[in-house]
Ligand binder design. Structure first.
Ligand code: AMP
Ligand code: MG
Length: 337
């Protein structure tokens, strides 16, 4: 299949919408990462997403709509707390899980009785959903297991020849995926930390739980159990001061390895490695979030044999950053203090 590389003009959106109506898949920009969209009511269309990504069939997809009122079309009920969350965070980097009324294809929900819904806060993403006049099932537009795409070029790299089209809307803003919240119980549960923080949610509804199994045992969200976001070279997280960090760089270089580093200021200026990727400043973690996947993919085009990454406090947006880094990493080196 030849992949149509489209700009974000009205004309292109119409072409992309026509692909979607013909049950083809199209990648499009959102404020979090690029999504890979298909008609959520069509088993045929949705199966093409799983095939293009190599995504396990038991990992359900988020359904994207363009207006809060459309949520009603796909759920049995919206509890009062869920409505508050919808009113506050949608559109935005926030996904709500509610009881499904069975209108979306069963492959979208992986056979679960719940459905995940999001409204992207991106003019192109929303315009495409509107133009197609369809709910779009859309996971991140990368090969399964790889870092999510934050540019159209990333999508092209992973999926050229496998999908009908890619709409280029420039680099995404948030850079990490949406926060996924299960609102089917009495107290909502965060299944995946993301662009909206736990603290922001608490301010609106008082209490929200963090899924205890965010990494281990019986995963509540099927996506929790798979490897994710992995760059080609092994990624090690390094907890410690700059001298400890440098010690680790020296250690791997002594083994003849080219060492890549992902870090922020001031650390990045205090160490010497073969290849460094600067992710902004430690006191602005939104910038780290925006650049993280870009950084992980950057090293795929270098000769780095190993990548060492700085770690961040597990709070506010740092929670989502650490969730992704922990999944992407194969090892965690800690300084004994
Ligand atoms: P992705 O679109 O790849 O960024 O991931 C979507 C995330 O939402 C995955 O972790 C899915 O497992 C999760 N998800 C989607 N639908 C549901 C659902 N009905 N119940 C629980 N988790 C879900
Ligand atoms: Mg993904």
């Amino acid at each position: 299949m030849k992949t149509d590389f489209l700009d974000a003009t009205k004309q292109s959106l119409k072409i992309a919408a026509d692909y979607l109506k013909k049950q083809e898949v199209v990648a499009f920009p959102t404020e979090t990462v690029y999504g890979l969209g298909a008609d959520a009511t069509s088993e045929v269309a949705v199966s093409k997403i799983f095939k293009a990504k190599g995504r396990p069939a038991d990992n359900p997809l988020i359904v994207h709509v363009h207006h809060p009122q459309q949520i009603n079309h796909y759920v049995t009920e919206i509890p009062a707390i869920a409505q508050k969350l919808i009113d506050t965070f949608m559109p935005g980097p926030f996904t709500i899980i509610l009881k499904s009324n069975g209108k979306v294809a069963s492959t979208v929900t992986a056979g679960l009785d719940t459905v995940a819904i999001r409204i992207p806060d991106h003019p192109i993403g929303r315009a495409l959903i509107q133009e197609a006049n369809l709910p779009l099932a859309a996971p991140s537009a990368n090969l399964s297991g790889k870092p999510s795409p934050t540019t159209a070029k990333h999508v092209f790299h992973d999926l050229d020849g496998k999908i009908a089209g890619i709409i280029d809307g420039g680099a995404t803003g948030v850079g990490l995926e949406s926060t996924v919240v299960d609102a089917t119980g009495d107290i909502p549960v965060i299944l995946r930390p993301g662009g909206i923080t736990k603290h922001q949610i608490e301010k609106v509804i008082g209490s929200v739980e963090l899924a205890s199994a965010l990494k281990e045992e019986q995963p509540k969200s099927p996506g929790m159990k798979y490897n994710h976001y992995e760059p080609d070279a092994p990624l090690y997280l390094v907890d410690g001061e700059h001298d400890f960090f440098q010690e680790k760089i020296d250690h791997f270089q002594a083994q003849g390895k080219k060492v890549g580093v992902i870090a922020t200021k001031p650390l990045i200026d205090q160490i010497n490695a073969d290849i460094c990727y600067a992710c902004g400043n430690r006191n602005n973690l939104s910038e780290v979030a925006a650049k993280l996947y870009f950084a992980l993919r950057y090293f795929n085009d270098t000769n780095a044999d190993i990548i060492l990454a700085e770690t961040y406090p597990n709070q506010e947006i740092g929670e989502a950053i650490m969730n992704r880094l922990n999944k992407a990493a194969t090892n965690h080196l800690k300084q004994n203090i």
